[in-house]
Write a protein of this length. Structure first.
Lengths: 117, 206
């Protein structure tokens, strides 16, 4: 299995573990339109991580004009320029699928308050 | 046709230049040693005999080891590749770097054994209805005609052993070559189980 790890490790981006489920993030994703390239920002709540080496993905959910939208990004994709953390969330589980069936205030994740010292 | 003996290690995915995840098969190509060169004068055709993958000495017989005499230690796999297309001398060691300028390859392997299978799985027969009074489910149906010819033709497709056939997959794109790890990444699936022996050839039709 070492060969697989060696092959994947070349493309695995370090420092991509600065956020987790419950956080609100801005994903800067490059899109190709014809021969032009531009960066699109997608903001939402991270509801899940699926860890699998290079194939690790994370799901970002947002509410777009009353419609829930979920987008799955490959974490190590070269098309992800950067991921900004807008807000840290306090959650008690790794997968926040329960959010899908909640509306309004119930669909919110409380902010994580880190005590100093 | 350029060709080498390899070993299928398994599959994974890698990103390409456009950021798409591509399914790839990892093929390990250990040192391939040229055991013999066959020539028109001597054998009636041109070919190169390659040996690869180490074999335990206790598992080799003298007649088998005799083929490797003066060249190298006995190898597990011996393959003859016709019209090699490259000058080779006996004892030469060939590696993955041979495929450096090759864009597409054909891969020959032995497919996974499926055991004794029926006509539906083995030959793609449609089968019948499962319900609504049907009494014909996954059978093969009739195998012959009537009073003439009053027999079943040879080669009629029937249930039987499936798999472990020699299968060639053509025109697989070479995604990457890693000379350090001695591996070749090829887009898509390749016949056979992981650790199975495969022959990688330069694509015939590209």
């Amino acid at each position: 299995m070492d060969v697989f790890r060696a092959i994947e490790s070349e493309q695995i981006k370090d420092s991509m573990d600065h956020f987790k489920a419950g956080d609100t993030v801005k994903v800067h994703f490059t899109i190709k339109e014809g021969d032009k390239e531009r960066v699109q920002v997608y903001e939402g709540l991270v509801i899940a991580f699926k860890n699998s080496g290079l194939r690790t993905t994370f799901t970002v959910r947002k509410n777009s004009y009353g419609v829930g939208v979920e987008r799955i990004f490959p974490l190590h994709s070269p098309r992800i320029e950067k991921i900004e953390v807008v807000r840290r969330g306090r959650v008690r589980r790794a997968k926040l699928y329960y959010i899908r069936s909640k509306v309004g205030k119930a669909a919110k994740v409380p902010e994580l308050i880190v005590r100093k010292g | 046709m350029l060709g080498l003996i390899g070993k299928k290690l398994g599959m994974t995915q890698v990103f390409d230049a456009d950021g798409r995840l591509i399914p790839v098969t990892v093929i390990k190509i250990e040192d391939n040693v040229v055991i013999e060169n066959r020539t028109v004068e001597k054998n009636g055709y041109n070919a190169c005999v390659l040996g690869s993958i180490d074999k335990k000495k206790s598992q080799t017989t003298k007649p088998y080891a005799g083929q490797f005499k003066d060249v190298c230690d006995p190898k597990k796999t011996l393959v003859e590749i016709r019209d090699f297309g490259q000058e080779t001398a006996v004892g030469d060691v060939l590696g993955v770097d041979m495929f450096k300028d090759v864009l597409f390859v054909d891969v020959v392997g032995t497919s996974k054994g499926k055991g004794f299978q029926g006509g539906v799985k083995r030959h793609g027969f449609a089968g019948g209805r499962a319900t609504h009074g049907s009494k014909f489910h996954r059978g093969i149906g009739g195998t012959a005609m009537s009073a003439y010819p009053a027999r079943t033709f040879k080669g009629t497709r029937m249930p039987g052993r499936m798999g472990t056939d020699r299968v060639t997959v053509q025109n697989l794109r070479v995604v990457k070559i890693d000379e350090e790890l001695k591996v070749l990444l090829v887009k898509g699936a390749v016949p056979g189980p992981a650790q199975g022996v495969v022959i990688v050839r330069k694509a015939k039709k590209k």
